[in-house]
Design a protein around this ligand. Structure first.
Ligand code: DGL
Length: 276
């Protein structure tokens, strides 16, 4: 194949930019399209049947609009639920998902106390509980669901201030002690959370390993592109990256600068109202 591969990186909001960074670093020859379903943000608050239908509807529009060679679902809340539905509906396109990094946390932990910090949707999923059973049966796993952290990360990216006290309160349930042991690994199981990592490190009651799955997702994407789809490594992509928003996200100067720093100069609004 002589043309540049096109990868769509999808999330409910701006969290997928944490995966974007790793994919862009590993695959400089790929054309990247970022898509945020901001009209339906936050996914963590949606009922499961509504979320599945929503992701399928939006993905249909994005595939028609962007014609990607592969899609990264850079969202735990959507991946832990909708991946089989997406693969069934669009069998010609490889989907790379993002699911809680429980396996690496369980093998890294010395204390045996690990926590999964995620949206309320992700902590409630059968998929997440199955990961715990399969890979962390020897650990004490705390599932800490937060309604607020993803919106805080969005606000932060928009240049708004977020309260340290409010963030500290949201991460506190992930810090657990048992006898003389304490949590030593926290899985960042929402792609928004690495955007707040500086806050987390500063506000944590004690230091822990924060597990961000983005590098592993980028490696998986590279494997799919090179091995499965046969795109050889090449020089940097010449066509510009761009971003698509489904709603009315305010594209203020801070956000535009954050996008520009990631090589995204152009934004498109493709309205998909939540009721659609
Ligand atoms: N970034 C998404 C995730 O990884 C969730 C944010 C939301 O609730 O929409 O789970």
């Amino acid at each position: 194949m002589s043309r540049a591969p096109k990868i769509l990186i999808f999330d409910s909001g701006l969290g997928g930019l944490t995966v974007w960074g790793e994919v862009a670093r590993l695959l400089p020859d790929a054309r990247l399209v970022y898509a945020a379903d901001d009209a339906a943000f936050p996914y963590g608050a949606l009922r499961e049947d509504i979320l599945i239908a929503r992701v399928l509807t939006v993905m249909q529009r994005l595939i028609t609009l962007c014609a990607p060679d592969a899609v990264v679902i850079a969202c735990n809340t959507a991946s832990t639920l909708a991946l089989p539905h997406l693969r069934a509906k669009f069998p010609e396109i490889p989907f790379i998902g993002t699911v809680p990094a429980i396996k690496p946390a369980a093998s890294l932990s010395r204390s045996g106390l690990i926590s999964v910090l995620a949206t309320p949707g992700t902590v409630a999923r059968d998929y997440t509980r199955e990961l715990v059973r399969t890979y962390a049966a020897h650990c004490e796993v705390t599932l800490a669901g937060s309604r607020e952290l993803a919106p805080f990360a969005e606000a932060f990216m928009q240049g708004k201030s977020v309260s340290d006290a409010a963030i500290a309160q949201e991460i506190a349930p992930a810090f657990v002690t048992s006898g003389d042991q304490r949590t030593d690994c926290v899985v960042l199981a929402c792609t928004h959370y690495p955007l707040l990592l500086g806050h987390f490190e500063r506000l944590a009651p004690w230091p822990v390993e924060w597990i961000d799955p983005a590098p592993a997702i980028a490696r998986r994407t590279s494997h799919v592109l090179r091995e499965q789809l046969g795109f050889p490594a090449a020089g940097p992509a010449s066509a510009p990256h761009y971003a698509v928003f489904t709603g009315a996200m305010t594209l203020g100067p801070d956000l535009l600068e954050a996008l520009r720093l990631r090589g995204i100069e152009k934004t498109i609004v493709e309205k998909v109202p939540l009721a659609a």
